[in-house]
Design a protein around this ligand. Structure first.
Ligand code: ATP
Ligand code: MG
Ligand code: NA
Ligand code: MG
Length: 337
């Protein structure tokens, strides 16, 4: 199965432990997790990148993509078409009923990602509540996919009515969240541009529920200007010493699709493996991603020759990165804050 044909909103279950849903199912399986997947959408290809090229939202109807691509004369076109299906909220409940009837809902983790529909997200909330009632130890990892920043300007690529559901219903149930900067700002209603403001925003997020917060990419203290990208992490778990970390890395000059999904998956896996070493878990998760992205960029440039790599050439090299995913060399170190 190809990574990009599966979008998030899934359940996972592992022999090493029981878990639910991951979008990038492959990295979990490579790491020995057994995963149950519910595809919230099943598409022929990803619909990303258009935003970078066109400045428009991703996951727009393919007629719009094609029209915009022509209109703006993009030299680095996204996939111009897509076909496929979105899972309806009733269909989600039907699948969950099947799991329940068979008594196979004792997951250790649930991971959710991209959702474009309010009623689907509300049903998901109900399911997670139910799962947590059955197993209070279950850890819910939420990637609150809402939007991103392009050329310094944030925009949402899901309907706006999802924001209050994430903020008021999802966050209180989430144990771990992985927003990018724009999403963290939306969820708290506070913008930030310095490290100390970022820390305050993470505090606000803790206050709303999750004990572990990762801001997966941020532009603080002029990082973006210097083509750098900053990751912040904060863990505030009862009975444990409070920890905050910062990682900084060069920004690779390409727009990848699926990095947010990969981040959430790698983080879950490495937090599981290193429950008592938050810093190391973050270092391994981010280093693994960097190995995948550098390999992807290198391969894409070879394929593209003198042209700019296109979406197909920039598909994440997951299979080729199997060893880096299983056992990432820590090439990026975190500093404690
Ligand atoms: P998505 O758009 O897939 O939902 P996101 O905005 O949630 O992504 P990001 O924060 O953009 O997620 O990316 C996640 C991680 O991927 C970052 O922490 C970083 O390690 C890596 N990454 C993404 N893009 C780049 C890049 N251009 N250069 C270097 N690293 C990158
Ligand atoms: Mg991003
Ligand atoms: Na993210
Ligand atoms: Mg994301």
């Amino acid at each position: 199965e190809v990574l990009h044909t599966i979008w998030p909103g899934e359940f996972v279950d592992s022999p090493e432990f029981r878990a639910t849903r991951i979008h990038p199912r492959q990295p979990f399986q490579v790491m020995g997790f057994e995963v149950d997947t519910i595809n919230s959408v099943q598409f022929s290809n990803h619909t990303g990148n258009c935003r970078a090229v066109l400045g428009s939202a991703r996951r727009v109807p393919d007629s719009t993509i094609a029209a915009n691509t022509r209109a703006k004369g993009a030299t680095e076109p996204c996939y111009k078409h897509w076909r496929g299906h979105v899972l309806k909220s009733d269909e989600l409940c039907e699948l969950y009923e099947g799991l329940r009837l068979n008594g196979i809902t004792d997951y250790d983790y649930v991971l959710t990602g991209y959702t474009a529909d309010r009623s689907f997200l509300e049903r998901l909330v109900g399911i997670i509540k139910d799962l947590k009632q059955g197993n209070p130890q279950m850890v819910y990892v939420c990637d609150p996919v809402l939007g991103d920043t392009w050329d310094g300007k944030g925009s949402m690529y899901v309907p706006e009515d999802l924001l209050p559901v994430y903020r008021d219903l999802v966050l209180p149930m989430a144990d771990v969240i992985t927003p990018n900067q724009f999403e963290a700002e939306l969820l708290t209603g506070r913008t930030f541009s310095t490290q100390s403001e970022a820390i305050e925003v993470m505090e606000c997020l803790h206050a709303r529920g999750p004990h572990t917060v990762l801001i997966t990419s941020a532009d603080v203290d002029g990082a973006r200007k210097n083509d750098r990208l900053v990751v912040f992490g904060s863990r505030n778990q009862p009975g444990r010493r409070r920890e905050r970390i910062r990682m900084e890395m060069p920004r690779i000059s390409a727009v990848f699709v699926g990095t947010g999904d990969l981040f959430a998956a790698m983080l879950l896996a490495w937090l599981h493996r290193h429950p008592h070493d938050f810093k190391l878990a973050c270092e391994k998760a981010v280093s693994a991603i960097q190995h995948v992205l550098h390999r992807t960029f290198h391969c894409a440039r070879e394929l593209a020759g003198h042209e700019k790599p296109n979406s197909a050439e920039l598909e994440l090299r997951m299979i080729q990165s199997k060893k880096d995913i299983e056992d990432p060399q820590v090439t990026l170190h975190a500093s404690s804050l």
